[in-house]
Design a protein around this ligand. Structure first.
Ligand code: SAM
Ligand code: DTB
Ligand code: SF4
Length: 337
């Protein structure tokens, strides 16, 4: 209860709760708090900034699948591994709009388009800009994740009407090189800075369950929280152990350790949307409920993620009903007044 004692979430001003001065030690302390104390702290902060029963709903679509030149050890789309994935060329804007309409009718407010690229070419970007504008015209918030981005490419996406750019730092700087060798951590941070400079909301988080230590998880969250601005959206993924990838046999994660990571993210970035992202298909509903209690307030909704399975829409509807959760309206992701 270190932080609550020092700086009560009830009495402090909201501005003073948005910190960018996290030390490794102070973050690691959070991870070793008794579970109930950690969740109390996270839930208290969550309620200061958000309606605790509202969940932001995003739907994912893979607009270009497989054959990626990067060697991310977790990813079924890397050309370096035999994962049996069926590759697909870039979809047409019509196909994307069809999927966006379906997602909107099912109740999603944000449509996230992902491409298995190291970085987009300017020609690729022409098409993605069209897609962004078309999805916006459907009346949804837009997000894309296309790999590394140059400043002029970020500006073009902004002009096309892009709301969010997803680019995960994935893990700690130290652990990064054991997971990916084809790019480095600094490249990732530079793209985040290019996205932010273009006026696009940053969506950045990582993956838990790749064999990283608690210190790596703490370091990843420290990097995110100490950015000049907290990412508006912070996806926390539990590794999906994809057959054929080097991490297919990674040790099973203790669900409480995943919940702790969500709680720490909520405490450190209290005004951000924290998304319970990939991995829900391998998680029981009680664990998901604990994640919501720990401050997760967004999910990916729809039967699939990019290439792997996600809980069925009907299962999520039933879970929301049982927990009394409601979808968050679009454009209300900013903090409570
Ligand atoms: N190629 C682009 C890039 O890597 O930036 C965009 C797409 S990539 C699939 C987006 C993110 O998905 C990755 O950064 C990673 O965090 C997440 N991801 C990929 N495979 C995953 C897996 N098996 N389990 C959990 N998260 C995964
Ligand atoms: C994020 O943090 N998770 C999403 C999204 N951003 C692009 C991707 C999850 C991918 C899981 C593996 C797959 O379906 O291929
Ligand atoms: Fe490629 Fe992205 Fe998968 Fe890495 S995570 S292999 S960059 S699609």
């Amino acid at each position: 209860m270190q932080i609550l004692k020092e700086k009560s979430a009830i009495n402090s001003t909201k501005a003073s709760l948005i910190r960018h001065d996290w030390t490794q030690e102070s973050v690691e302390k959070l991870f070793y708090e008794p579970f109930n104390d950690l969740l109390y702290q996270a839930q208290t902060l969550h309620r200061r900034f958000f309606d605790s029963n509202e969940i932001q709903i995003s739907t994912l679509l893979s607009i270009k699948t497989g054959s990626c030149p990067e060697d991310c050890a977790y990813c079924p789309q890397s050309a370096h591994y035999e994962t049996g994935l069926e590759k697909e060329a870039l979809l047409s804007t019509d196909q994307v709009v069809g999927a966006a309409l379906e997602a909107k009718n099912a109740g999603a407010t944000r449509f996230c388009m992902g491409a298995a690229w190291r970085q987009p070419t300017d020609k690729d970007l022409d098409i993605v800009c069209d897609m962004v504008t078309a999805v916006r015209n459907v009346g949804m918030e837009t997000c894309v994740t296309l790999g590394m981005l140059k400043p002029n490419q970020a500006a073009r996406l902004k002009n096309a009407g892009l709301d969010f750019y997803n680019h995960n730092i994935d893990t700690s700087e130290d652990f990064y090189s054991t997971i990916i060798s084809t790019r480095n951590y600094k490249d990732r941070i530079e793209t985040l800075s290019n996205v932010s400079a273009a006026g696009i909301n940053v969506c950045s988080g990582g993956i838990v369950g790749m064999g990283e230590s608690i210190s790596d998880r703490a370091s990843m969250l420290k990097t995110l929280a100490n950015l000049p601005s907290h990412p508006k959206s912070v996806p926390i993924n539990m590794l999906v152990r994809a057959p054929g990838t080097p991490l297919e046999n990674a040790a099973t994660l203790d669900p409480f350790d995943f919940v702790r990571t969500i709680a720490a993210a909520r405490i450190m970035m209290p005004s951000s949307i924290v998304r319970l992202s990939a991995g829900r298909n391998d998680m029981d509903e009680s664990t998901q409920a604990l994640c919501f209690h720990a401050g997760a307030n967004s999910i990916f909704y729809g039967d699939s993620l990019l290439t792997t399975e996600n809980p069925q829409v009907s299962a999520d509807r039933s879970l929301f009903k049982r927990l009394g959760l409601r979808p968050m309206q679009a454009n209300t992701y900013h903090e409570k007044d």
